[in-house]
Design a protein around this ligand. Structure first.
Ligand code: PNS
Length: 159
């Protein structure tokens, strides 16, 4: 039974994340989407909201489940018996940060392997922060997020 963990802040989950999650779900028996508390990032959505939006957005994927964590990533991965971390890699700008995190996580726990899935060109530019900015300026969110995330973003910026 191969279980992979896809970690992130998911503030909120985007169609770029979903592309990675759904491709990862074809490669392993079970994917756990780990929503990090990330209090230092001052998220727009609460942890509970981010988990609920990720759950709703992945409900069509039978071997994907969503949960939150507020510990070290490698400790959380070990606690759920996930030996694989899967990350999405968009452009060269992601590389330096991910390179550092991968080396650090490997140093912390050598039993856990990090694997990258490259984002396809149509999602290279997409990020949660871009989506939040579009929503804050009342731009169109179609194609960037699922309908439930769109509704949640519109509600946040309704005033
Ligand atoms: O979607 P993000 O914000 O780029 O995800 C970053 C995340 C959550 C994967 C990263 O911050 C993380 O692993 N947080 C958990 C705490 C931890 O283990 N940090 C790295 C070692 S200091």
């Amino acid at each position: 039974m191969k279980r992979a963990l896809i970690p992130g802040t998911f503030d909120p989950i985007t169609t770029g994340h979903l592309d990675i999650i759904s491709r990862a779900s074809q490669l392993v028996d079970e994917v756990v989407v780990g929503v990090a508390a990330s209090p230092n990032k001052n998220p727009l959505f609460s942890l509970e909201e981010r988990v609920a939006l990720a759950q709703e957005s992945t409900k069509h994927l039978p071997n994907v489940l969503v949960t939150s964590f507020d510990s070290l990533l490698v400790d959380f991965a070990a606690s759920i018996d996930a030996e694989i971390l899967i990350k999405g890699l968009r452009a060269i700008t992601d590389f330096e940060y991910e390179f550092q995190m991968t080396a650090l996580n490997y140093q912390l726990n050598k039993m856990i392997e990090t694997i990258f899935i490259m984002s396809p060109p149509q999602f290279m530019y997409l990020s949660s922060s871009i989506v939040r900015e579009i929503a804050s300026l009342h731009g169109t969110l179609d194609g960037f997020v699922t309908p439930c995330v769109k509704a949640a973003l519109e509600a946040k910026f309704a005033s």
